[in-house]
Design a protein around this ligand. Structure first.
Ligand SMILES: [Zn+2]
Ligand SMILES: [Zn+2]
Length: 390
């Protein structure tokens, strides 16, 4: 069974919604127009709407024809990115400096498409909650909704997510039985030396040299300190020091990111990094203070829910088009917060286009509209599978 016929019938409507959202991108916690659009559509479909969780979050609740107190959640994200769009087509961003370059316009549309179909058919038992979250891009909108009572206000046993994936061919899906996306933490290292004249370095302690040694030493945290089978990344991405060519400054700053999957690896790298940086600095007569700001947790699927998701994906796109357990991404995703609370699965939907520069967060990115009915059919089939009529 490929795409659900009834969903294919409103492909043109979904494309119009997607283009409307794409043309009006809104950043984290500012998704007012998008949330209005989502709420209006859900109400039009006859679905109960709750607003305001996590600020701009919207939750639609739909009961099936059958009795039963089981409930699941399906989640889409609504926010755009603070970057200019380089596309010239008719639905390009109308707001300078803001762009839907991660396809959240497509995610929101696919979940709306599924909601419309499920509201028409209600061919399931129990309850579905359609979760439209704010602020996925670095501002933890999922956590905000959870902290404001998402799972208490809307009790559910499982929660599911989906992200478009340009590296996978269109019409394919990928499902992981465990880790999908990494944890992402930020660090800042402040190296304190003693400034002096650049012609008389022996009178000071050069923090630039110390910082350079820390950058080099930090590469051992993964290459020598981490099991080669356990993926991790430490990247120093931003170096700040000095003001001119003949002054050795007092201080140098290093910023970057740490990406891991396992909690024990994450904790060990944090601890080793602090020890390594301060020891290297001490060897030069300087000091280094390491501040690590924990970011998103890893996104880890539950194996049982991943298995169901893969079976449903196979029914929509064909078993040959479903990849089971490909290498996870070192990118991060705040759906990890929801999977920390409830078992569930987060799947990738192939988009194609990455060879043409249509990668996530690229200024030429655009969601592949041909995939709207595919994603919506996945959602609808998932509901009918997980909450079958008794
Ligand atoms: Zn993104
Ligand atoms: Zn995204």
């Amino acid at each position: 069974m490929p795409v659900i016929n009834r969903i294919a019938e409103f492909h043109a409507d979904m494309t119009a919604w997607r283009h409307d959202i794409h043309a009006h991108p809104e950043l984290a916690y500012e998704e007012h127009r998008t949330a209005d659009l989502v709420a209006a559509k859900l109400e039009e479909f006859g679905i109960a709407v709750h607003r305001g969780l996590g600020g701009t979050g919207v939750v639609g609740t739909l009961k099936g024809r059958g009795e039963g107190d089981r409930a699941i959640g399906l989640r889409a994200d609504m926010d755009a990115l603070p970057m200019p769009e380089a596309n010239g087509f008719a639905h390009a961003s109308t707001t300078p400096g803001k762009m839907h370059a991660c396809g959240h316009d497509g995610h929101t549309t696919m979940l709306l498409g599924a909601a419309r179909y499920l509201a028409e058919t209600r061919n399931f038992d129990g309850t579905v909650h359609f979760i439209f979250q704010p602020a996925e891009e670095g501002k933890a909108g999922a956590r905000a909704m959870i902290e404001q009572g998402l799972f208490q206000t809307f009790p559910m046993e499982r929660v599911f997510g989906m992200h478009n994936w340009p590296d996978l061919p269109p019409g394919t899906m990928a499902v992981h039985p465990g880790p999908v996306m990494a944890a992402a933490d930020q660090f800042t290292i402040t190296v304190e030396g003693r400034g002096s004249h650049a012609a008389m370095p022996h009178l000071g302690v050069d923090p630039v040299l110390v910082a350079a040694h820390i950058v080099t030493a930090a590469q051992s945290l993964v290459s020598r300190g981490t099991d080669p089978q356990d993926a991790a990344v430490v990247s120093v991405t931003w170096v700040q020091a000095g003001t001119t060519f003949n002054v050795i400054p007092n201080e140098a700053l290093l910023h970057g990111t740490i990406r891991t999957f396992r909690p024990e690896t994450r904790a060990r790298i944090h601890e080793q990094f602090a020890r390594l940086a301060s020891s290297v600095a001490q060897g030069f007569g300087a000091t280094a203070r390491v501040e690590i700001r924990p970011g998103y947790p890893p996104t880890v699927n539950a194996e049982a829910e991943a298995t169901i998701a893969a079976e449903v994906a196979a029914r929509v796109v064909g078993a040959a088009n479903v990849t089971w357990n490909p290498p996870p991404s070192m990118g991060a995703e705040d759906f990890g917060y929801m999977l920390h609370e409830k078992p569930g699965a987060y799947v990738w939907l192939g988009q194609g286009g990455s060879a043409l520069g249509c990668t996530l967060h690229n200024p030429h990115y655009d969601f592949n509209d041909e995939m709207l009915p595919v994603g919506a059919s996945y959602w609808a089939t998932l509901v009918e599978t997980v909450l079958p009529r008794s």
